[in-house]
Design a binder for this molecule. Structure first.
Ligand SMILES: [Fe+2]
Ligand SMILES: [Fe+2]
Length: 207
């Protein structure tokens, strides 16, 4: 149906936001599984609950306009989700790198939502739809708070990721040294006819 007036445009925007929130609800579950930092995990779980509330608020906003709630396919949010999924499948990141990537992916989602709510609030204000404005503002406040949390937590999370990467690097170095020592001990043993044990490798490492 053609959208020819502002109430129809607001209805379209509410449908777009409803679709986005429902998509984000699934995405948040996925992202929570990828995150190991307990504070971030807890915050993501809380935002999952907030998102359920946001969906109800959007349905109430439709009601306030005397409309039946209807989600409208939102290619924008699907694109952001696809970017996350493609990074995972194409770049095969390690767990800590995926966790670092998710900070940016999460922030992109929040800012997309913030833009959507601010636009819809401007429309609802112009149409003097006070109840709609109030419901959308509740959602907007939660998105702004979530974006602030992600930005505030980024430095500590990235430091944690750097620590994990350094540990992994150290473990790889130690494994490499042990393999090299084992090979060297093997060469010496085959020259002398004896078998190679971990003890030989350790002794070679101690040389
Ligand atoms: Fe949301
Ligand atoms: Fe959000």
């Amino acid at each position: 149906m053609p959208v020819n007036d502002l109430p129809a445009l607001l209805k379209h925007e509410l449908g777009d936001l409803l679709y986005a929130e429902k998509t984000i609800l699934k995405g948040l579950k996925k992202m929570t599984r990828e995150v190991s930092n307990p504070d971030m995990r807890q915050r993501l779980e809380a935002h999952h609950e907030e998102t359920e509330q946001q969906i109800q608020n959007l349905e109430r906003a439709f009601e306030a306009m005397g409309q039946k709630a209807k989600a409208q396919k939102c290619p924008g949010i699907l694109g952001i989700m696809q970017e996350h999924d493609e990074f995972k499948s194409d770049e095969e990141p390690s767990k800590p790198i995926l966790e670092a990537f998710d900070l940016g992916a999460g922030l992109r989602v929040e800012h997309y939502e913030i833009a959507g709510y601010r636009s819809a609030i401007a429309l609802a204000k112009a149409l003097k739809q006070r109840e709609v404005v109030e419901l959308l503002r509740q959602n907007l406040d939660q998105e702004v708070a979530m974006a602030k949390f992600i930005e505030g937590a980024a430095a500590a999370s990235l430091q944690e990721v750097q620590g994990k990467l350094a540990q992994e690097e150290q473990a790889r170095g130690a494994r490499g040294a042990k393999t090299a020592a084992k090979k060297a001990a093997g060469r010496r043993a085959s020259a002398g006819g004896a078998s190679v044990s971990d003890a030989d490798a350790s002794a070679a490492l101690a040389d």
